[in-house]
Design a protein around this ligand. Structure first.
Ligand code: NDP
Length: 451
């Protein structure tokens, strides 16, 4: 049977574009459909604009620090319009790069929504049908809105990059990556920031000591963080949004942002009709090779809700190409993935939290929390944390958790050692780089506790 294409990819985000490009570069005839902008969540409405906003927001504290270091400078105003213009010009530039990557590799693109019609057929929104030997689903995910009176008055991380003006005050709902990152961003940009999280402590699932320090530092920097609090109701009151919280408070905010999780884009895609199974959260169920129950259909990235991170989606895309187009079956390795949360200060983490590790086996915990030199000199009370979780039996470092400015950069490097299976003694054999914050990772002599 002959097909129009060897591969049809649905979704032009990081995972889909990488798989399309690599398959095409290897000689496959490839097409890709994208209904929105090329680059997907990460480039257009996620990691990239978020990180640029983190950078913008961090300058607010720098003037005071510079003064403490002897500079005679004064803070001015942050100009949202000027930043926003540059931000979107940069996103346009990046989208152009994504489009060019596809074009230069001979991938045919359709700027249309596509759905699956059968195991080898994709139907585009204009009604045309295309056949392919393999279909790769990479549609990503989108924010979920809580079901609550007035919730349509709020915004999500999709809209935050497009505000006409910065609000005077904002309420952020949620305690995950996105809520905590934007609480830091908004606070840094001078917006009076309140955050409600329904659980006992933000960043559920991460090491307790590390997330405790992030929460403490966020409060110290001015985020009005309320744990154990959610909202019940919202309504418009003049120019403001009236909010009633579970703690009985009724308050007015300029803006309310929901960061209450994300859901895979799998509705109305014809998936279950052709035999692709969906899980409880709507995610596409795949095996270790990203293959669905329909042998010709694969899925990668957030649409599978495995580990929802850009570099993981890219790896899943590469493993798919290796498996399907290079005759080299390659399962995706989801173990020991380093990650950073761009809170202020950042949190970098790899491996197990202390709590998970001690449930698994006897451990030693090495941890130190201190005022870093640069900030202490400037008179800031800020503290950082360096922490290693070590197996008593194998001496392997099971987890590394860092809360500090630049923790994302640090964990990338510490992550190599942990991924290689380094022991505590391997860390100890490494000479400290002095004076740095991360030198503590190789100089901690005695465990602070065993469990
Ligand atoms: P998360 O799933 O991490 O967090 C969702 C938060 O919203 C949780 O605190 C959750 O509470 C809360 N929540 C869920 N439903 C409700 C509700 N109805 N009312 C009130 N609160 C609610 O999702 P995010 O949207 O923050 O991020 C999605 C994913 O994107 C992350 O898991 C991560 O994989 C990725 N990401 C990665 C980043 C990075 O690498 N730096 C940055 C941003 C996103 P509870 O804990 O009680 O369930």
């Amino acid at each position: 049977m002959s097909f129009d294409y060897d591969l049809f990819v649905i979704g032009g985000g990081s995972g889909g574009v990488r798989a399309a490009r690599v398959a095409a570069a290897g000689g496959a005839k490839v097409a890709l459909a994208e209904e929105d902008r090329y680059g997907g969540t990460c480039v257009i409405r996620g990691c990239v604009p978020k990180k640029l906003m983190v950078f913008a927001s961090e300058y607010s504290g720098m003037v005071e620090d510079a003064q403490a270091y002897g500079w005679d400078i004064q803070a001015g105003e942050f100009n949202w319009d000027s930043f926003k213009g540059k931000l979107h010009a940069e996103l346009d530039r990046l989208e152009g790069i994504y489009r060019n990557i596809l074009k230069n590799n001979g991938v045919e693109t359709f700027d249309l929504r596509a759905k699956v019609a059968d195991a080898h057929t994709v139907e585009l929104a204009d009604g045309t049908k295309k056949t392919a030997k393999h279909i790769l689903l990479a549609m990503g995910g989108r924010p979920v809105w809580p079901d609550m009176p007035g919730s349509e008055l709020g915004i999500s991380s999709n809209e935050i990059f497009h505000l006409d003006k910065l609000p005077e005050d904002i309420l952020i709902i949620g305690g995950g990556y996105i809520a905590c990152e934007f609480a830091g961003i908004m606070n840094g940009l001078g917006v009076k920031t309140t955050q409600y999280y329904r659980g006992a402590q933000i960043l559920r699932g991460f090491d307790e000591e590390a997330r405790g320090l992030v929460a403490e530092e966020m409060r110290q920097r001015g985020v009005d963080l309320h744990c154990g609090t959610n909202i019940l109701e919202m309504r418009k009151e003049g120019e403001k949004i009236w909010v009633k919280a579970t703690n009985g408070e009724e308050r007015l905010f300029d803006q309310v942002m929901f960061a209450t999780g994300r859901t895979p884009n799998t509705e109305n895609m014809g998936l279950e009709e052709v035999g692709v199974s969906l899980g409880r959260k709507g995610q596409i169920e795949v095996d270790e090779y990203s293959q669905t129950g329909v042998p010709s259909i694969y899925a990668i990235g957030d649409v599978t809700d495995r580990v929802n991170l850009t570099p993981v989606a890219i790896r899943e895309g590469m493993a798919f190409v290796e498996t399907v187009f290079k005759g080299n079956p390659t399962p995706v390795d989801h173990e020991l993935i380093p990650t950073a949360i761009f809170t202020q200060p950042e949190m970098g983490t790899i491996g197990m939290s202390e709590e998970d590790a001690r449930d698994q086996e006897p451990i030693e915990v090495y941890a130190t929390s201190f005022k870093p030199m640069q900030q202490a000199f400037a008179g800031r009370a800020e503290r950082v944390l360096m922490k290693l979780i070590v197996s008593q039996a194998t001496r392997k470092v099971l987890g590394c958790h860092i809360v500090a400015p630049g923790a994302g950069e640090m964990i990338q490097l510490a992550g190599i050692a942990v991924k290689m299976g380094a022991t505590k003694e391997d860390f100890d054999r490494t000479v400290a780089v002095h004076p740095t914050m991360s030198e503590e990772l190789v100089t901690m002599k005695e465990p602070v506790r065993t469990a």
